[in-house]
Ligand binder design. Sequence first.
Ligand code: MG
Length: 243
Amino acid sequence: MQLSEGARSVPAGADLAHIETWIFDLDNTLYPSSSHLFDQVSQRIGAFIATALELDPAEAKRVQKSYFREYGTTLRGLMLKHGMDPAPFLEYVHDIDLSPIAPSDDLEAALGRLPGRKLVFTNADAPYAERVMARLGIGHHFSDIYDIKAADWVPKPFPEAYERLRLLHAVEPERAILFEDILRNLAPAAALGMATVWVRSDSDWAASGADGITPDYVTDDLAAWLGALHASWAADGGGGRAG
Ligand SMILES: [Mg+2]
């Protein structure tokens, strides 16, 4: 794909030895999109819109996609254009079956070996993020979840969301890295000075509206990428990052 030209698939450990804050998107980043877990959320968003706005399913889907493109998330569009209360929406769309995802020993181990703190930065809400991370067996590695409520309802990719994250969590952008499956959500992080990793997925949302964005790295497998980073550090004799 032309969007990933210039992005590297293998992490260069020496280039990332300065990272102190590891920031991860949740959906389709900390678990593989091939699980189709997020498809359940997406379908429930469509159903919620159909009921709330009294639309047929096809029109609801069109509104869902158009708000996602224009407002960052469908919820933001519903709040701004229809004055919708976010709480019932978030509860309904995240009431899904988590059985398609399973604990990942490789990811758990790779996260555990990362030096520094780990944060989740999600356009979803914290109760859902906690359930997903508990299911994956990785929640104990994260010091905090910066969710859509903490972001004062302004989602990625709006720069205000990243600026608020920076202030609330005292993130030094030059010492931070963001992992994310939706390519356009990496651009504001890069603009602040963060390193970026596109965890590429087969979702039709992943690369939409992202012309001209080149992440520093691209991978199809987060755990394998982190494993390669640890291997690079080990080969460098630790480089201060013995892991
Ligand atoms: Mg995501």
